[in-house]
Design a protein around this ligand. Structure first.
Ligand code: ZN
Length: 233
């Protein structure tokens, strides 16, 4: 009889332990979302930005602070309802058009537009599949070329940013970088421009057709809105 009581107690203790664990795991996911003053969040995002600099590149002495600010801005934007809602409004061309480079994400075509279009929601889901992710950048001097901000390969691992425009005189440099790195990160997530597409099917740099220009534009739209509202500087 004594043995049975002990077993019952052990079972009760075990059940309590399981219940406790379940409660923790079953917590309302909204409580886990980051909270920013007056910015509504819909996603938990923990982005870390890292960068290297080639020996011939020139940067402002405060550039490390600028990158921290950019990381903070991108975390806020990617986590926000504003970013999601603005991207959901758009439909893009399928710029992940080759099988060889489509393996880094799940390609989903839009259901509301005919042809091989992709809904903004698909781009959003492919851009932010994980809560925690990182973006690595290499900053270099690109000779006398002052027409290209930088580049990244479809399904690649690292962004290249050219140094010529990274100056404190650049208006709101951290915001400009946020747009640029969001654009390049869209390439890393598999989306390309139309350079290899037959001439009859090209879509150009239209922010409502090209996913990378679109994501960069949406980041800019959201940051401009928050700046105008005094939510960020
Ligand atoms: Zn690009």
């Amino acid at each position: 009889m004594k043995k049975i009581i002990l077993t019952s107690l052990t079972m009760a203790a075990f059940a309590a332990l399981v219940a406790c664990k379940k409660n923790k795991e079953g917590a309302d996911p909204k409580e886990e979302l980051p909270k920013y003053a007056n910015i509504e969040t819909v996603k938990d995002v923990k982005l870390s930005l890292s960068y290297t600099v080639t020996s011939d590149a020139t940067l402002p002495s405060t550039f490390a602070d600028t990158v921290k600010k950019t990381q903070d801005l991108l975390n806020k934007v990617f986590a926000s309802k504003d970013f999601r809602d603005e991207l959901y409004k758009r439909n893009f061309h399928d710029s992940a058009y080759t099988k060889s480079t489509s393996t880094c994400f799940n390609r989903v075509y839009g259901s509301t537009v005919t042809g091989r279009s992709i809904a903004g929601k698909s781009v959003y889901d492919n851009l932010l599949p994980n809560t925690t992710f990182s973006i690595a950048v290499n900053i270099r001097k690109n000779g006398d070329n002052t027409t290209t901000l930088g580049s990244a390969s479809a399904c690649g691992t690292r962004i290249t940013t050219n140094d010529y425009w990274l100056k404190l005189s650049e208006k709101r440099l951290a915001q400009r970088l946020a747009r640029h790195w969001a654009h390049e990160y869209t390439h890393i997530r598999g989306y390309r421009h139309d350079s290899n597409v037959p001439s009859g099917y090209k879509w150009g740099s239209d922010v409502n057709k090209d996913p990378a220009y679109g994501v960069g534009d949406v980041v800019g739209v959201v940051l401009d809105k928050w700046t105008a509202a005094g939510l960020i500087k």
